[in-house]
Design a protein around this ligand. Structure first.
Ligand code: FES
Length: 192
């Protein structure tokens, strides 16, 4: 369930991140073929769910995918983009190979999460919603609790939670995640 940027209601933790993904438009068409409707009104009600499904599958919704949604549901790409930018959980750019959810909920805030936000800016040049220049790490600052306050401040990198994080341990965690990706790439290159 996506939540509006314009509400302070608690938000669910996003579904597990499976790495950077390019959007296969044939897969998008196949997904949309399951969205059937009887009239224009019903079609309009399906726009949000269609975008949500694409976003959950690929981690983002490209302009081309938005265009296909618009065509399929008889609306304009502008309207689809208005929805994508209204809800905080939608992304209109691909994430990096790794994704960090940096908890900025009350307990983590009290325990110094803003130092972690600052470390990401100072060391890697990334703020909330941005991806490092080498496409390795995307950062999302979560203004909601990740549910493990006893380990505040908390960051989640890909599917793993890390607690009691300090600026020093944060850079270690980021470097380790990025290096892991590099060695995987080297392995793939070596073993074809
Ligand atoms: S506020 Fe960060 S885990 Fe609860």
């Amino acid at each position: 369930m996506v939540q509006s940027n314009h509400t302070h209601a608690p938000r669910p933790v996003p579904s597990p991140y499976t790495g950077r993904q390019d959007i296969d438009l044939d897969v998008v068409r196949e997904m949309l073929s399951h969205f059937t409707y009887n009239d224009h009104e019903e079609a309009q009600e399906l726009i949000l769910s269609a975008c949500q499904e694409i976003n959950e599958h690929f981690g983002w919704v490209s302009p081309e995918a938005a265009e296909i949604v618009a065509e399929h549901l008889g609306t304009t790409t502008t309207r689809v983009f208005a929805i994508l930018t209204f809800y905080a959980d939608f992304r209109t750019e691909p994430r990096g190979h790794h994704h960090m959810l940096l908890c900025h909920g009350m307990s983590c805030y009290v325990m110094g999460s803003n130092k972690l936000v600052q470390t990401m800016k100072d060391t890697y040049g990334v703020a909330d919603g941005e991806t490092t220049a080498d496409d390795q790490m995307s950062v999302q600052v979560a203004n909601f609790c990740l549910g493990v306050c006893d380990r505040s401040p908390v960051v989640k990198i890909d599917d793993e939670y890390h607690g009691h994080v300090t600026p020093e341990s944060l850079t270690e965690l980021v470097n380790r995640a990025i290096e892991g990706k590099h060695s995987m790439q080297e392995n793939e290159a070596t073993h074809g």
